[in-house]
Design a protein around this ligand. Structure first.
Ligand SMILES: O=C(O)c1ccccc1N[C@@H]1O[C@H](COP(=O)(O)O)[C@@H](O)[C@H]1O
Length: 201
């Protein structure tokens, strides 16, 4: 099970996630997030993770090409274009700049459910409100869960990740709110508990 811990802003939390066994760490840089990281915070996470985990820039309100240039400038491994702001042409524009782009979306947008449909390496299916900690009805994926490198997100936590994995058998899981004590306040204890539960699932 591939495990991503998202919304990190410190080297300590990145190291905690990686030592617990996470495969990816995410940094959110869109304007409106409680987890918005500065360039220096992003660099600290990237430096702490280099060679040990995929570093993922997450945006949902930045033009795709600008986001891709930001990912390249700061040294991220992956760009995650998240949500309704991005269409197929945005993915093409981003892929001109960076080689690895993930497509994060939700079923209410009626997205294509084939991994790679817009050139992405990974498809991430999330709740309609990204980063809200809200769950969604995974049974909506009955008979149409994707194949291949796809992840589930949206209201996951140490307590429910196993149930989510059992329900839809994703390739990976992604969490932000479920490893926080308040919006934007990551907990090392919850990060460890989530990674351990996900790896056991
Ligand atoms: O976390 C955010 O603030 C955020 C903002 C904009 C786009 C995506 C964001 N986070 C993504 O949301 C899901 C998980 O959220 P949660 O666990 O329900 O809080 C994950 O894919 C994050 O990358």
């Amino acid at each position: 099970m591939y495990v991503k811990i998202c919304g990190l802003r410190t080297a300590d939390h990145a190291q905690t996630a990686i030592e617990a066994g996470a495969h990816a760490v995410g940094v959110v840089m869109n304007r409106t997030s409680a987890r918005r990281a500065s360039d220096d915070e992003a660099r600290a996470v990237i430096e702490a993770s280099r060679g040990s985990a995929d570093t993922v820039l997450v945006v949902n309100d930045m033009p795709a090409e600008h986001a891709a240039r930001t990912a390249r400038r700061l040294g991220f491994d992956v760009l995650q274009l998240h949500g309704r702001a991005y269409g197929e042409q945005d993915f093409a524009a981003a892929l001109e700049v960076v080689p690895r782009v993930w497509r994060a979306t939700s079923l209410d947008l009626d997205p294509p459910l084939e991994v790679g449909a817009w050139g992405e390496e990974v498809l991430l299916l999330d709740a309609p409100k990204p980063g809200s900690g809200e769950r969604w009805d995974l049974s909506d994926l009955a008979d149409r869960a994707p194949d291949g490198t796809w992840m589930v997100a949206g209201g996951l936590s140490p307590a429910n990740v196993r149930e989510a994995v059992d329900a839809v058998r994703p390739w990976g899981v992604d969490v932000s709110s479920g490893v926080e004590t308040a919006p934007g306040e990551k907990s090392s204890e919850l990060i460890r508990a989530f990674v351990e539960a996900a790896l056991r699932a």
